[in-house]
Design a protein. Sequence first.
Length: 238
Amino acid sequence: MKAQELLYQGKAKSAYLTDDPDLLVLAFRDDTSAFDGEIIEQLDAKGAINNQFNAFIMGALEAAGIETHFEKQLSKTDSLVKRLDMIPVECVVRNKAAGSLVRRLGVEEGLSFDPPLFELFLKNDALHDPMITEHHVAAFGWATDEEMAEMHRLSLAVNAVLAPLFADAGLTLVDFKLEFGRFHGRIVLGDEFSPDGCRLWDTATGEKKDKDRFRQKLGGVMEAYREVAERLGVVIDA
Ligand code: TMP
């Protein structure tokens, strides 16, 4: 399947149309943004690492019965995916407190949630992805109540699959963000799962192994991403 016209250019990925109206080519770029696109830098081989890491994670989710848009890896940086009608709502699952939650509610970083905490944000950089509730989703018609319930169910199902997978690799899945879309009437997981959109802490040392290294200027960003992949047994061709 060959990439044709550019359909959409996001902050870290570009989506291209293909011959098949149901399929897109997703090209992972090295661009790395923080603070809703305020800071953008190129990190060497990030596109390749995230594409290949995402392929592994999406495969693990499919194997657990969670439908994703992922079809197949096409190259180091590109994957073939289903074309979804994206819902502009970011679903966040938190096993521990970090990031905006700590700032918003003044709780201590690392506070555990059992069961996990589920939050919603509007995907809108200009508004800095404001927090919303399912009532906003219904009032503005971003998704039906049934679709929202399915996104909630699937988000927790993703956590139930991935938290143990990372735990086995000595990594704590602190939180993550998912985006869903519609595909022929079904709610399907889209976007990506990579250290760009989740928090991973070394369980033994607490060291951050995700995009917080970039946001907080801690250095060693790509080294951390590579280490995460390696610990999960993902061989990166970059
Ligand atoms: P937050 O602590 O900034 O609300 O983010 C929670 C998790 O979701 C964290 O792993 C980062 C991820 N996330 C994104 O990747 N993009 C976003 O736009 C938002 C709001 C969160």
